[in-house]
Design a binder for this molecule. Structure first.
Ligand SMILES: *Cc1c(COP(=O)(O)O)cnc(C)c1O
Length: 378
């Protein structure tokens, strides 16, 4: 075996031993919230497609129509010739939704954070990051070469303390956090973050990937100068965005490398996102359903009340989490086990996501099944 093969084989068997090896599974989601895996049809509680807009006829139709009009791909970076006519409409919609002067779209949320952070801060600077922030915020921080300072999850006293100690050592400073934590479902205290940011002349960036469309805007959101997020969750399509002032967006269009040096999103994807935003604006009751169903589930299990459509059930070990996930699958439910390094060591969990398409009785059966699985056998 050559050294590359040996390296791969050894790494894989180490993952296997710790129940951390992951496998792709072919999954069809055409009838969301049902998914098909092999012979099995399961009710999925593992999709971020909170409003099933990825399969909504009007959204699909918009994508098909735009594809016919403008083609499958953008053909170039947007700064060259890839800036097809649909972008302006989408960016105006996003800016209006967030109450900012302007917005710009990236190829994905991951690309947005990888590009925004290094465009704004560098070696002489610092970024304060919530310890549970999404992987792509860490990626952006690393690429920026700024000093990364970690604050305890949602611990504003800790952040204040760190700012008091470190702020003066750095020229420019960012604070970055998820608004809805992707593996925990809890919310960042945005108003307090905005207070601290303003007091210390720090630039606050919030990542609203799991918020847009399905979680009410947090208090203080209007004071956040850098509001990023994704079009790939409740919006049902693909792509990332930043909403900010005209100047900041103009600078990012010039300097964010994951914008400048990559091809624009396909026209069909942009059209789908516009149609999805239209749908959400026209159907507030439907958009409120995922959070309401999550609340019904947490009440049924006596868990802390859901604040978003994401509900974690922390079991600890990776093997235990896998085992419960498999038993749920046998009962007809798809609930993926989330293991390190996606979550901290010792906090492997089941992560339930609720969507508007779930029926109350499916949810009640799920809650009853979970309760039974968690009750220790005599
Ligand atoms: C999913 C997610 C992203 C990445 O968005 P993509 O568009 O899927 O790349 C970024 N941040 C958070 C908090 C997320 O949950």
């Amino acid at each position: 075996m050559n050294s590359l093969e040996q390296f791969a084989a050894e790494k894989l068997s180490a993952l296997e031993r710790r129940a951390l090896r992951r496998q792709l599974q072919v999954t069809s989601r055409a009838r969301h919230p049902l998914v098909e895996r092999g012979e099995k049809t399961l009710i999925s509680f593992s999709c971020n497609d909170y409003l099933s807009l990825s399969v909504h006829p009007a959204v699909i139709e918009a994508a098909v129509e735009a594809t016919r009009l403008y083609g499958v791909g953008a053909g170039a970076s947007r700064l060259v010739t890839g800036n097809h006519p649909l972008y302006a409409a989408l960016e105006a919609r996003l800016a209006a939704a967030k109450g900012t002067e302007d917005s710009m779209v990236f190829g994905a949320g991951y690309l947005a954070n990888s590009g925004i952070i290094p465009a704004l801060i560098g070696q002489a600077d610092a970024i304060f990051v919530d310890e549970l922030a999404h992987a792509c915020i860490w990626a952006g921080a690393k690429l920026s070469a700024a000093k990364t300072i970690i604050f305890r999850h949602n611990d504003m006293a800790h952040l204040a303390e760190l700012l008091a100690v470190h702020r003066r050592d750095h020229e420019r400073v960012m604070i970055a956090t998820d608004t809805v934590f992707s593996m925990d479902g809890d919310l960042a205290p945005v108003a307090v973050l905005a207070d601290l940011a303003e007091a210390h002349d720090a630039w606050l960036m919030t990542d609203d990937a799991h918020g847009l469309g399905v979680v009410p805007k947090p208090e203080g959101a209007g004071r956040v100068p850098l509001q990023m997020g994704t079009l790939s969750k409740a919006i049902g399509a693909y792509g990332g965005y930043i909403c900010a002032s005209e100047n900041v967006v103009a600078l990012l269009r010039n300097r964010a490398r994951s914008f400048v040096y990559t091809t624009g999103l396909p026209p069909g994807t942009v059209a789908a996102a516009i149609a999805a935003l239209d749908f959400i604006a026209a159907n507030p009751g439907y958009a409120a359903r995922p959070l309401a169903l999550a609340g019904r589930f947490t009440a049924a299990l006596g868990l802390p009340e859901a604040t978003s459509p994401i509900v974690p059930l922390i079991v600890g070990g990776a093997a235990e989490a896998l085992n419960i996930s498999e038993q749920l699958q046998a009962a007809g439910f798809l609930v993926t086990a989330i293991r390190p390094p996606t979550v901290p060591e010792g906090t492997a969990r089941l992560r339930f996501t609720f969507t508007a398409a779930h029926q109350e009785d499916d949810l009640d059966r799920l809650a009853a099944t979970v309760k039974k699985l968690l009750t220790p056998r005599p």
